[in-house]
Design a protein around this ligand. Structure first.
Ligand code: C2E
Ligand code: CA
Ligand code: CA
Length: 558
């Protein structure tokens, strides 16, 4: 129950003033309960139904009564009175929904000439009768998962089955509502969403709460894709309008997934799984969306599950390798370190890019153990090099939340005997987004132990100067896209120059990544970078080639 500023406020007879008769016949023609207010907020006209809905009937409202006074004396809840008063006021606009004990009402404001206002009331249809097989969910009174599944299975098994639809609705970022406003507000919100949902459907539909913030609807009368899509969008719009809970406005977004019976599955679990796949696709495409199940989704999700299984297996069998890419001082040409880059050679697919499997490892909770392995392998191999060069290790933002990063670093250093000064942890700005205080605490402890810290991929994403100032990074790594000119040569150079200048003033070294040509080298040198890394100086190489590379650089410098 809050104002929805997005709805348009059409004017009736915009070019002239309507007569009293016109206004009266206008209200009658609206075919619904309505209220006409004069500019001084006195009631011009009110239908009997509108008076009843707004619990003004026993106050016998007459033309000329002051609307705010009437509201104040009505039996409406305080929240409803405030919201209506706001909507009817001189600056009100749009529409609101009120969730009252006896049902919901949508109220739309229409601006009339001479600053008159009409409030059009539309009560929600009465709640649905419930199917006896559908055991209720205590919070919302809708069917629970078990009951819903039973009704679904019954429908699929019945001999005279007509096609029908299955719709899943999921609240986007519900966890945030729960965390910021508390679980009680979360529960109230879910109950209100359930009530709105029940009133929006027809008697042939069965709504359910499957658990958490996931709702489902068995759409009884149609399996038509267009109609199901239309219904999903209508529900997303209706349930997505603001709520007023305990006096606070709460806004939510929803995503929807659609499956159809029997074409998408003749078994309740298969059908639910496919609707969930469609929902997952809608969410992955950026929330607030609706998607219908397609056979490709099944194939993709199987491929993903296979990849997951392969990744777990690869980790168990340690089928990973580290490659090392040289890092060079831009003025002297001297080699000062290597960045360790993870490699996975998939038994049948061949090499898989870390840009692909690291996000998967993060999603399935495998990043902390993989990251610990990378740390220990990199320290062990670097400790064996013939020169005391630095080794850069990439650490995912999630390693600050899952697993014990400090312990993993301590153990890698202790086991390898590598001096901490030779280890450089590379983090991206995303590590400083979630819980910056906790992350900075870990970084400080690492640094106190002698380990160096680099800010990786700087300039992409959420770059901010304050974040650079929040910690004394040893090095800023300038993202390859600025060096290679993929974002425009001039813009790229301007950014490289700005970051190099920033680094110089903060006392941090700056390394340009992805230098492939002499021309790019000249640019980044002119623009003030202190160090470089890229194919021009060497591609990431297997550990076994590192001694040769160290010797070659030493010979070139001599
Ligand atoms: P990154 O940390 O920005 O690593 C640099 C990437 O740029 C590497 O890709 C490297 O091979 C590539 N590269 C270096 N020089 C050049 C060049 O001159 N031209 C071009 N075109 N590319 C160049 P790679 O190895 O595919 O790694 C991709 C990303 O995967 C890395 O980006 C990093 O974010 C992530 N990653 C790699 N290893 C690890 C790891 O052990 N742990 C974590 N958490 N992430 C890793
Ligand atoms: Ca890196
Ligand atoms: Ca990088």
């Amino acid at each position: 129950m809050a104002l929805d500023p997005a709805s348009p406020t059409p004017a009736i007879f915009p070019d002239r003033e309507e007569t009293a008769d016109e206004a009266a016949s206008l209200l009658a023609a609206l075919e619904g309960p309505a209220l006409l207010l004069e500019p001084d907020r006195r009631v011009g006209l009110v239908t009997a139904e509108a008076a009843r809905l707004l619990t003004l009937d026993d106050l016998a409202p007459r033309a000329g009564a002051h609307f705010p006074d009437l509201l104040a004396r009505s039996r409406l809840a305080r929240e409803a009175r405030e919201a209506l008063d706001l909507l009817a006021g001189p600056d009100g606009s749009g529409s609101l929904r009120m969730d009252l004990a006896g049902g919901g009402i949508a109220v739309r404001r229409v601006s009339l000439p001479r600053r008159r206002v009409a409030l059009l009331l539309q009560p929600d249809p009465p709640p649905l009768p419930t199917d006896p097989a559908a055991t209720p969910d205590p919070l919302t009174g809708l069917a629970d998962r078990r009951g819903f599944r039973a009704v679904l299975a019954g429908r699929l098994d019945s001999a005279a089955m007509h096609g029908f639809g299955l719709l899943l609705l999921d609240i986007d970022r519900f966890r945030i509502v729960n965390e910021t406003l508390g679980p009680q507000v979360g529960d109230q919100l879910l109950a209100t969403v359930g009530a709105r949902l029940r009133r929006a459907l027809r008697g042939s539909d069965l709504p359910a709460r499957l658990g958490g913030d996931e709702f489902a609807i068995l759409v009884g009368e149609t399996a038509d894709p267009g109609e199901l899509d239309g219904l999903a969008r209508r529900l997303m719009d209706m349930l997505g309008r603001p709520y007023l809970i305990g006096g606070q406005p709460v806004t939510i977004g929803l995503s929807a997934g659609i499956a159809r019976a029997p074409q998408d599955g003749a078994d309740a679990d298969i059908l639910l799984g496919r609707a969930a796949m469609a929902l997952h696709t809608a969410k992955a495409a950026g929330k607030g969306r609706c998607a219908a199940f397609l056979p490709e989704m099944q194939t993709r999700s199987e491929a993903r599950r296979q990849m997951e299984a392969d990744l777990r297996r690869a980790f168990a069998l340690r089928q990973f390798d580290l490659h090392y890419q040289p890092q060079v001082d831009v003025t002297t040409g001297r080699l000062f370190g290597f960045e360790a880059l993870l490699r996975w050679c998939h038994p049948s697919l061949g090499p898989v890019s870390p840009a692909e499997f690291i996000p998967l490892a993060e999603e399935i909770g495998l990043i902390a153990p993989i990251g610990a392995w990378v740390l220990s392998a990199a320290c062990r191999e670097a400790a064996g090099w013939s020169a005391p060069l630095a080794v850069g290790v990439n650490v995912s933002a999630l390693q600050f939340e899952q697993g014990d990063l400090l312990e993993a670093v301590r153990e890698a250093l202790a086991r390898s005997g590598l001096p901490p000064e030779r280890l450089e942890i590379e983090i991206t700005e995303s590590a400083l987004l979630g819980n910056p205080e906790a992350t900075l605490g870990i970084l400080r402890q690492l640094r106190a132990g002698g380990v160096r810290i680099a800010m990786d991929d700087f300039g992409t994403g959420y770059s901010s100067l304050t974040r650079l100032q929040s910690f004394p990074f040893d090095r800023i790594k300038i993202d390859r896209s600025f060096v290679s000119g993929t974002r425009g040569i001039a813009e790229g150079r301007a950014i490289v120059r700005a970051i190099a200048g920033l680094g110089a003033s903060l006392g941090m070294r700056t390394i340009a990544e992805g230098v492939e040509t002499h021309e790019q080298l000249d640019c980044v040198r002119t623009d003030g970078c202190t160090e470089v890394q890229g194919y021009l100086f060497g591609r990431p190489m297997p550990a076994i080639e590192v001694p040769g590379a160290i010797a070659r650089f030493a010979a070139a410098a001599a």
